[in-house]
Design a protein around this ligand. Sequence first.
Ligand SMILES: [Zn+2]
Length: 353
Amino acid sequence: MNGRSRYRMMAGLTVLDTLPEGFLDCSPRDLHRLFSGPTIIELPGRRQPPLFVSVLLHGNEDSGLEAVQRVLRARAGHTLARGLVLLIGNVAAAREGVRRLTGQPDYNRVWPGTLDHIGTPEAKAMAQAHELMLSRPVFAAIDLHNNTGLNPHYSVVCSLDARTLHLATLFTRTAVWFAGMPGTQTASLAGKLPAIAAECGQPGTPANAAAAARLVESALDLGDFPDHPVRHQDLDLYHTMALVRVRPEVSMSFGGDRAELRLDPALDHMNFRELEAGACFGETGHPMPLDIVDEAGRNVSSDFFSTEGGALRLRREAMPAMLTCDERIVRQDCLCYLMERVPTHALPPGAVS
Ligand SMILES: [Zn+2]
């Protein structure tokens, strides 16, 4: 079995129709020996259309790769229940064990719809993957991720149609509706096919890879999506209200005593907890150390936090997600998202009953 003998190269994106030798046991750091860059592998199955699964859009998030390796090892010598199109994302960052290389755009911010990275090689490669997925029927799309704080497993959805919500409940009952940060894969596919990003907890944890593998197996085994709406008791759906960043010029620490913003070192324990107004995130001498934008990109910092008396406190009820105590991630990505529960009556008709 040698996929390299039968590959098609599109500018920036390699497309193979078999697994390269050694793939099933390859570590993320060694993938560069098999792949020169982002690569799609199309595998046959008994049913069509295929399931699209992407892994390692963030190079340090290894659960997705381990999950597909588990699924494919378990099916070795057998045809898959459904065709599978696998995207291996940021091979160069995976080699270094980082989310993205310095100077490289984020592979989950460069999909069609991106505003900041138009014309970059990464945007061109992901646009090719996107075009390939939309040029023919695809059953569903699952983008496998890890995150750094203490988070439960949850899905991110950018559309509230019943098929997308059914796909989300294959993973877990917790889903976050995110109208979409420009350039994410899930946002770029939403409305065109059922698409979720599955946030599988922290990397390097076999249980998280196992959960991701169960999701992929369930989706491969699913004959069709049910016609009926998702039952409301099967789904806890939250909506993102705002994205929270630390202002780049503000020095920060987790529990240190010198920085302008001293965050609670156990902040990530607040993830997915519905917090009351007044919940304290840390101490600061700065009038507003955070930069908070809503989904329309408006600055809403003072709607969500106050700094009276040097305490950084929530001004209103909110539930944080993806809070991390890793300063590098805070600087590269964000401190957290703030969410609220979506009431059933706010959902489109036919999605949830
Ligand atoms: Zn990720």
